[in-house]
Design a binder for this molecule. Structure first.
Ligand code: GDP
Ligand code: IMO
Ligand code: MG
Length: 434
């Protein structure tokens, strides 16, 4: 059963990309199973920083096969940009060689981006994600496998264009789509990516039969899940463990390990309730030291203390076997550390994450306070991580207050923290001592 799932446990940007990159050294396949170019996953190798939106974070290992799975929505133009950037960096064109696009994945077209661009409520990434999934759910979307059939049916193209233009004008937008532009777009997608389109569920299934290792890379996070997140301030896909295998086209029985990635504090981009949010010097510290700017949109991320209340909700949905605690270094230099353990709403104290957003908006965090630890620069943190690796001392190399923080998180979540991040670099992680 060699499939491992990596999931974000908060509102995204927990550091999934870094972990997937680390684990990919031992994976044969890395599969994205939901989301699209709204994701922004960063990996840092020495001086080099790479950000991926569609491409699985295992790409730097040439032995890794890469899948854009059936549960994804794929913007071929953004994918082309990413592949061009990868070519500049890695000198390789993986599409059709070791990068495969699911025939069942839905195509994001300029129409979807235009429609999403009109969003003012949610604070989306503007990448056309909601409208593409909306078309999929309404059963009017175009999957990669459908492109040639659509192209050979003039009546169908006209129907699609009429529908798109109806939606654009109902949204008060000036733009319109023509039969010629849609046809040209679909022809380009087919020429550019046709050779990479495959029954990827079958490919992964056969790999599992051969005993190969599969890594399922989540995008977004548990609180952005369409069903279990802070609806409507969520993304339009199921971000959870339950969808990881489904979106990849295999069954859940293959999974032997599910890892939740938890940032040592909380961030959120876009609108929506965020009880732990800080508008003070601690919030500034987290945003500045943590370089908390969106990887996809460049927007500043909202910052706050670690919040256990939504994390316990995320735990229940996903049943993480272990947690990877990232960006612990960013807490360095704060005199004391707080962790949100409950909310005071009106006159009651609650410990379960409510679905009612008005409760979340009224929620006052109840926190526990722990001692802080010193700040180090990233070079020194990297030395600490290397020392842990060389000596096998694990978390013992960390300041005592940092160890207390890790133990407290473990106690509050009831799950082991299997490694902690102390910098963006691929090597800046400390494994728990065996
Ligand atoms: P993802 O969307 O979950 O893959 O996360 P992002 O890449 O959007 O955001 C995480 C950011 O934090 C990236 O800039 C990473 O390079 C960086 N990062 C990841 N882990 C650590 C860590 O342990 N410490 C620090 N300081 N930065 C980290
Ligand atoms: P990664 O994979 C953080 C947020 C957007 C917005 C909401 C809906 O890098 O963790 P969408 O464009 O998906 O319809 O926007 O979801 N969002 C993310 N926030 N990290 C992400 O991905 C996100 N993808 C979407 O900011 O609030
Ligand atoms: Mg991100």
């Amino acid at each position: 059963m060699p499939a491992t799932i990596v999931l974000g446990a908060q509102w995204g940007d927990e550091g999934k990309g870094k972990l997937v990159d680390q684990l990919a050294s031992e994976a044969d396949w890395v599969v994205r199973f939901q989301g699209g170019s709204n994701a922004g996953h960063t990996i840092v190798i020495g001086e080099r920083k790479l950000a991926f939106h569609h491409l699985p974070s295992g790409i730097t290992y040439s032995h890794c096969n890469l899948v854009l799975g059936a549960g994804m929505v794929i913007d071929p133009w953004k994918l082309e940009d990413e592949l061009d950037r990868w070519f500049e960096f890695g000198g390789e064109r993986p599409e059709g060689e070791r990068l495969f696009i699911s025939e069942r994945a839905h195509v994001t077209l300029p129409y979807h981006r235009i429609l999403d661009g009109a969003d003012k409520e949610i604070g989306t990434t503007g990448r056309g994600i909601g409208p593409t999934y909306g078309d999929a759910i309404e059963r009017v979307g175009i999957r990669f496998v459908d492109i040639s059939n659509v192209l050979s049916d003039g009546g169908r193209i006209e129907q699609i264009v009429n529908r798109m233009n109806g939606r654009l004008s109902a949204a008060g937008l000036d733009s319109s789509i023509t039969v010629d532009t849609l046809r040209a777009d679909l022809e380009w997608i087919s020429d550019r990516f046709g050779a990479a389109v495959r029954p990827t569920g079958l490919l992964v299934h056969h790999a599992l039969e051969r005993g190969e290792n599969i890594l399922l890379e989540g995008a977004q996070g548990a609180l952005l899940d369409i069903a279990q997140g802070t609806y409507p301030f969520v993304t339009s896909s199921v971000t959870s463990r339950a969808n990881a295998t489904h979106g990849a086209g295999i069954h859940p029985g293959h999974v032997e390990r599910t890892i939740g990635v938890v940032k040592a504090y909380t961030t959120r981009v876009g609108h929506g309730p965020f009880p732990a949010e800080l508008h003070d010097e601690v919030g500034n510290h987290l945003g500045t030291v943590g370089h908390e700017f969106g990887t996809t949109t460049g927007r500043p991320r909202r910052c706050g203390w670690l919040d256990i209340v939504p994390l316990r909700h995320a735990m229940r949905i996903n049943g993480f076997d272990e947690v990877v605690l990232t960006k612990l270094d960013v807490l360095g230099g704060l005199e004391k550390l707080e962790i949100v353990v409950g909310y005071r709403v009106d006159d009651a104290e609650i410990h379960e994450f409510p679905a009612d957003l008005s409760m979340l908006e009224r929620a006052e965090p109840v926190t526990l306070t722990l001692p802080g630890f010193e700040s180090l620069d990233l070079g020194d943190w990297l030395k600490v991580a290397r020392e842990a690796q060389a000596t096998g001392r694990g978390y013992d190399v960390l300041p005592e207050a940092a160890q207390t923080y890790i133990q407290t998180v473990e106690q509050l979540l009831g799950v082991p923290v299997s490694s902690v991040g102390v910098g963006p670099d691929r090597e800046a992680s400390i494994e728990r001592r065996a």
